[in-house]
Design a protein around this ligand. Structure first.
Ligand SMILES: N[C@@H](CCC(=O)N[C@@H](CS)C(=O)NCC(=O)O)C(=O)O
Length: 298
């Protein structure tokens, strides 16, 4: 294995400083109440979800791209090795981490989780050149940026894609994910410090962020189909990504006293959020998120 990350570390927020609703580390400044590089504990949740029959091992695929699908299934040791193949580093409080965790569950790829705070340690030992989470540890090296990780997962699990079957459908699905992350989620970020970590926010910043969120819903309404999923009849990665981001934005607005802002801007989001919450992958991820938040509160 090349450049494995140093022992992943995580830091607890002291109960006295913990906010009412701990949330994602998705803003540029680090939480004042936490200290990067202060190892207190590392957790690892083993999560082998299935046999790996139709899955390409990353190493096999890279070494044998011409005949990837068959190369692993003949290896008698393959199945025993699979649970340790991929390690997702980050936190169940991170929406970008949860986007990948949902994708792993949807694609039925065995993985382990490793707690890792943003900016823990120095590159390359840290595993992520930006210091951000999530990143994925593979037998051949680490991958960062959630969308790139998601594409990598699709590449190693071609038989279980969660993209639409046709090229234009796939383009629209990726378009939605990019749009949600570049515009909607980004618009809400100035609110997270106040909503999730108990920081101060001035009225002008708050109003500007709320206006930006409302504006960001308009193109989303134009492109998302809600039929019943965002890209049509079938669940796709756009639904998983949208769920983590929309739920984070709605949660922040709720804490700040604006629970209906998103639903008023795009009424279809309410029923869609409820439907998505019933999806087993999302239910699992949301349960883990709530549990992590509960532990953080102490
Ligand atoms: N574009 C990145 C965004 C990841 C991101 O912003 N992660 C947050 C946690 S939700 C983080 O690490 N924040 C720390 C920072 O921004 O410095 C991705 O898709 O992976």
């Amino acid at each position: 294995m090349r450049s494995p990350p140093a022992s992943p570390i995580t830091t607890r927020v002291s109960p006295a400083a913990a906010p009412a609703s701990p949330g994602p580390w998705c803003w540029t400044a680090r939480p004042a109440s936490t200290t990067a590089n202060s190892p207190t504990r590392a957790t690892s949740t083993s999560a082998a979800y299935s046999s790996c029959a139709p899955m390409r091992s990353p190493a096999c695929m890279l070494r044998s791209p011409a005949a990837p699908a068959a190369c692993c299934s003949t290896d008698p040791h393959h199945e025993a090795l699979m649970p340790a193949t991929l390690i997702l580093h980050g936190s169940p409080l991170s929406n970008f981490y949860n986007k990948i965790k949902i994708a792993l569950l949807e694609l039925d790829i065995p993985f382990e989780e490793r707690a890792h705070r943003p900016h823990s340690g120095q590159w390359p030992q840290s595993g992520s050149p930006t210091g951000k989470i999530p990143f994925l540890e593979t037998p051949d090296g680490c991958v960062f940026e959630s969308q790139t990780i998601l594409e990598y997962l699709e590449d190693i699990r071609p038989g279980a894609s969660r993209y639409p079957a046709d090229a234009l459908g796939r383009a629209h699905c990726r378009e939605l994910i990019a749009y949600l992350e570049l515009y909607l989620e980004t618009a809400a970020r100035p609110l997270y410090g106040a909503a999730y970590w108990g920081r101060e926010i001035d009225d002008a910043t708050r109003k500007a962020a709320c206006d930006a969120v409302t504006a960001a819903l308009i193109p989303l309404a134009r492109r998302a189909r809600f039929a019943p999923w965002l890209c049509g009849a079938d669940y796709t990665h756009a639904d998983g990504a949208a769920w983590v981001h929309v739920q984070t934005v709605v949660g922040a607005l709720k804490v700040l006293g604006l629970p209906a802002l998103v639903h008023e801007g795009l009424p279809q989001l309410g029923p869609w959020l409820e439907m998505a919450a019933e999806r087993p992958s999302i239910r699992r991820v949301d349960g883990d998120r709530r549990e992590a938040a509960r532990k953080l509160r102490g």
